[in-house]
Design a protein around this ligand. Structure first.
Ligand code: 13P
Length: 266
């Protein structure tokens, strides 16, 4: 649920496992994470938590979450723009929907850099996800060169503007602002920069998808998020959560990030 009864956006903590953990390791990890959060009396109505394992883990994670009635959500790391056919190696949104994926990450900087994905392809994948009832987590972010040349907002704003071109007004999406230079570098953006770009991205959502979507859309920050810096990001009014890479692979660290409310004042 993106918005609570009081109209506030539900914070969203997402763990992007990237190409880590096979299906057996995934089962052990999700069990441990669920125990850790249960021990801490974590309230999933207050903060939504999702993991994004590799495709080959999804069936195992789905089965575990369903059998143990866990409140964790899960999603995939990519989706095809096509429904079916001669697209070797691609995965249809229909297949992800059949596995009860609630979310799918789209346009991660690693896909943009290593697989040359364009903003137009990101947009087509977002449309495909929505068609199958899956919420796209659309990733945008500037490189260090972009930052030096254009400042922090211009490139992410342009990326999101194009990606939302064919997305219907009012659609439920999540936006993740991940500065490329902050990913895996240990050097996170400042909370002020994250807030500045998140506010600019919310304006893009307002222009493209309308007022209701702008107030309901969660904008996440990603890039070297840890338990020790999550609180500073969550204090920003336009930052509604985090897309966590490396730190999402450590149960205790990720569990602590999910429990940012207990250290938000620190
Ligand atoms: P790190 O948290 O490892 O910097 O990765 C961020 C990321 O790419 C999440 O999608």
């Amino acid at each position: 649920m993106a918005v609570t009864a009081t109209g506030a956006r539900t914070p969203f903590i997402a763990g992007n496992w990237k190409m880590n953990l096979d299906h057996l390791q995934a089962i052990a990890f999700v069990q441990k994470l669920a125990w850790s959060l249960k021990d801490a009396r974590f309230d999933f109505d207050e903060v939504e938590v999702a993991v994004f394992p590799p495709f080959t883990d999804l069936r195992s994670v789905q089965t575990l979450i369903s059998a143990d009635k866990l409140s964790l959500r899960f999603g995939a790391q990519d989706v095809s723009a096509h429904d079916s056919g001669a697209y070797t190696g691609e995965i249809s949104g229909a297949f992800l929907a059949a596995l009860e994926c609630g979310y799918v990450i789209i346009g991660h900087s690693e896909r943009r850099t290593l697989h040359l994905e364009t903003d137009e392809q990101v947009g087509a994948k977002a449309v495909a996800a929505l068609k199958h009832g899956i919420t796209p987590v659309i990733c945008v972010g500037e490189t260090a060169d972009d930052l030096a040349e254009h400042g922090p907002s211009a490139v992410p704003v342009a990326q999101l503007t194009t990606a939302l071109e064919n997305v219907a007004a009012g659609a439920e999406i999540v936006v993740a602002y991940e500065p490329v230079w902050a990913i895996g570098s240990g050097q996170a953006a400042t909370p002020e920069q994250a807030e500045q770009v998140a506010a600019a991205l919310r304006e893009v959502v307002r222009t493209r998808l309308g007022e209701d979507a702008a107030s309901a859309t969660r904008v996440l920050y990603g890039g070297s998020v840890k338990a020790s810096n999550i609180a500073s990001f969550m204090r920003q009014p336009n930052v509604d959560g985090a897309l966590v890479g490396g730190a999402s692979l450590n149960v205790e660290e990720f569990s602590s990030i999910c429990r940012f409310k207990s250290h938000v004042g620190t």
